[in-house]
Ligand binder design. Structure first.
Ligand code: MSP
Length: 502
């Protein structure tokens, strides 16, 4: 039985079209999904859209459309952005899907039956952008700590989830599961928050009806987070297909931004425990992609659409940039200049140059037919190191380090060519040996870089004369030295990554 790997992105609010911050998150999840497929695992990769709640209602009102029309329109924009970015999700969930309403109701009923939901009157300071209440301590001056807008005083009769009951169980769970939150700085933040004392949370709204109605009291709809988080179990078959659910739950990796860690690593595991289900194995929180030092937002007018970057740089370069340029965890600054610099150094100069050199020399000195690599080549050990280091980094997950290890093989292969100067030598066994090694290094690079750049790597694979695609192969066996058989026609082709002017 192959191992299974279930990875999710957050589901995105349909208030607007996606920007590159959302793309950064989704590309990271996609690369993880692709890496695990490459390991021969059975992968389920889920993304989707979060379509209920006050925030969506207000956004729809402002546009003069119904919430459903706004959701339909923007869900489609997300879908097409993900297509453009070659996102390989296995499912796309919308919280307005009928299957989701059914699963949320089953889930709510399970928590209610467990005695963890109670009716109370509540008055509190609410941020519509977060769809969450804040205490005065958390929001000094009555301002949302994330959106820096005034909070609204709301009073409602609400059902409460008795989160306070789960303090110790959560602490015990994290004690037993050190990998439960990644990276460690976020784990500490989560533990600190739990140790600070957990308040019961309001989980229903009766002032509007854009949501999933509570099964035992249809005057209320579920709070949007109590509706959004269960998307991860709906798509795994919760309440509709027990066998499928047993296969896929718990999720292996919930990939989230740092702003929604509390929802995923405190509320969600407690909700699952209350319903008698297991918490996810790992919540991995990345930082924000900043533009000009700020988070992208409507008010800052600094949205960048993924499509604009794809048009300018190509899909592989955009994906590579997000994965390589931003380390997983801290915030990363995005700039056009930074993107051009990374593109020129990693893609045009390093990888592009290796590919075109190899193809040119094979054409001139080997009659266009790629020779086989040598056993014991100096590049063999480098390739083995790159594979081991990349494997460890993808597992953490640290995509930028995984790609750095992959690029080490590219740099060493270029250095090996420069040291041997096959372009100056007469055709013969010496040139063949060097070129076979370089072709083999490129083949291994195409495998290791394919989660980041699926199309470019498939094109390199094809130009080397190999059949199929790198993402049809299975690691680690496929990356063992000596896989390039030799005797294949190598195609020169035009530059894969033409240099950009700064
Ligand atoms: N709908 C909720 C998530 C529910 S998950 C059950 C939500 N949606 S969101 O559209 O506001 O944000 C979705 C994700 O995008 C979050 O993880 C957030 O961190 C991420 N990003 C939004 N802007 C971002 C950047 N500028 N940079 C990186 N990620 C960013 O929260």
């Amino acid at each position: 039985m192959p191992q299974r790997y279930y990875v999710t992105t957050p589901i995105y609010y349909v208030t607007d079209a996606p920007h590159i911050g959302h793309a950064y998150s989704t590309v990271t999840a996609d690369a993880l999904a692709r890496w695990h497929r490459l390991l021969g695992e059975d992968v389920f990769f889920l993304t989707g859209t979060d379509e209920h709640g006050l925030k969506i209602m207000r956004a729809a009102e402002a546009k003069g459309v119904t919430p459903q029309a706004l959701a339909d329109d923007n869900a489609e924009r997300y879908r097409s952005a993900w297509q453009l970015l070659e996102i390989s999700n296995d499912d796309f969930i919308r919280t307005t899907d009928e299957r989701h309403h059914t699963a949320v109701r089953t889930f709510l009923q399970a928590v209610y039956d467990h005695g963890d939901i109670e009716l109370r009157t509540y008055e509190g300071l609410y941020c519509v952008a977060c769809e969450a209440y804040y205490t005065e301590d958390e929001a000094p001056g009555g301002e949302c700590p994330i959106h820096h807008r005034p909070l609204e005083l709301l009073q409602e009769e609400n059902y409460f989830f008795l989160l306070s009951r789960y303090e110790q169980r959560l602490l015990d769970w994290y004690e037993a599961h050190p990998e439960g939150v990644y990276p460690d700085s976020r784990r500490n933040e989560v533990l600190g928050f739990i140790k600070g004392g957990l308040q019961d949370i309001s989980i229903s709204r009766s002032s509007f009806d854009w949501g999933v109605t509570l099964p035992w009291d249809p005057k209320h709809v579920a709070w949007v987070w109590f509706d959004a988080l269960p998307n991860y179990i709906t798509a795994a078959g919760y309440g509709s297909d027990d066998e499928r659910f047993r296969q896929w739950w718990p999720a292996d990796t919930h990939l989230v931004g740092k702003d929604i860690i509390r929802f995923h690593a405190v509320y969600w595991p407690a909700m699952l425990m209350a319903a008698g289900l297991e918490p996810p194995r790992t919540v991995a929180a990345h930082g924000w992609l900043l533009v000009g030092g700020e988070k992208m937002s409507k008010t800052a007018l600094n949205h960048i659409a993924p499509g604009d970057l794809v048009e300018e740089f190509g899909v592989d370069a955009v994906r590579h940039h997000f994965l390589r340029d931003v380390s997983f965890g801290p915030d990363g600054d995005f700039s056009y200049e930074g993107m051009v610099a990374r593109y020129n150094s990693d893609l045009a100069n390093n990888l592009g140059n290796l590919l075109s050199r190899v193809a040119t020399v094979v054409d001139k000195k080997c009659g266009g037919i790629g020779p086989a690599p040598q056993d014991g080549s100096p590049l063999q050990a480098v390739a083995a190191d790159s594979l081991a280091a990349a494997t460890a980094s993808w597992a953490r997950p640290a995509p930028s380090e995984a790609l750095e290890s992959t690029w080490r093989l590219i740099r060493e292969a270029n250095a090996y060519l420069e040291a041997n100067e096959p372009w100056k030598a007469e055709p013969g066994p010496d040139v063949d040996a060097v070129m076979g090694d370089a072709l083999e290094a490129l083949r291994i690079v195409a495998l290791l870089a394919s989660p980041a750049m699926p199309s470019a790597c498939a094109e390199i694979w094809r130009r080397l004369g190999l059949s199929g695609r790198p993402d049809d192969e299975v690691l680690p066996a496929a990356a063992a030295w000596g896989g390039y058989p030799g005797g294949l026609p190598v195609e020169k082709g035009s530059p894969l990554f033409p240099r950009k002017k700064v």
